[in-house]
Design a binder for this molecule. Structure first.
Ligand SMILES: [Zn+2]
Length: 95
């Protein structure tokens, strides 16, 4: 049994799709991680208890519930990170 925040899976599963429409924003690993982290700070955590094979079904039903919110959160996070990319500043964070 594991407890995990499946909102993380949902954000990462949508990240590429949303960023594909944001060509002016840097897509390097640091900026992508910053965008995902910031988007997750905008979204409510959704912790689930998982057994083997069970996580996928629960994640899918939550995805339907939160898709619009997730896309908006990633879009907003991308705007913020795009304005002030931290990929050259090492350890600084947006928190
Ligand atoms: Zn970057």
């Amino acid at each position: 049994m594991k407890v995990r925040n499946c909102m993380e899976d949902l954000v990462f599963s949508r990240l590429d799709d949303v960023l594909a429409n944001q060509e002016h924003i840097c897509h390097c690993a640091k900026c992508r991680a910053d965008i995902a982290a910031l988007a997750l700070n905008f979204l409510p955590p959704r912790y689930i208890v998982t057994r083997q094979g069970e996580a996928y079904t629960k994640t899918m039903s939550l995805e339907q519930q939160f898709t619009a919110d997730i896309v908006i959160a990633i879009t907003n996070a991308a705007k913020i990170v795009g304005k002030v990319p931290l990929h050259q500043n090492g350890e600084k964070n947006l928190c």
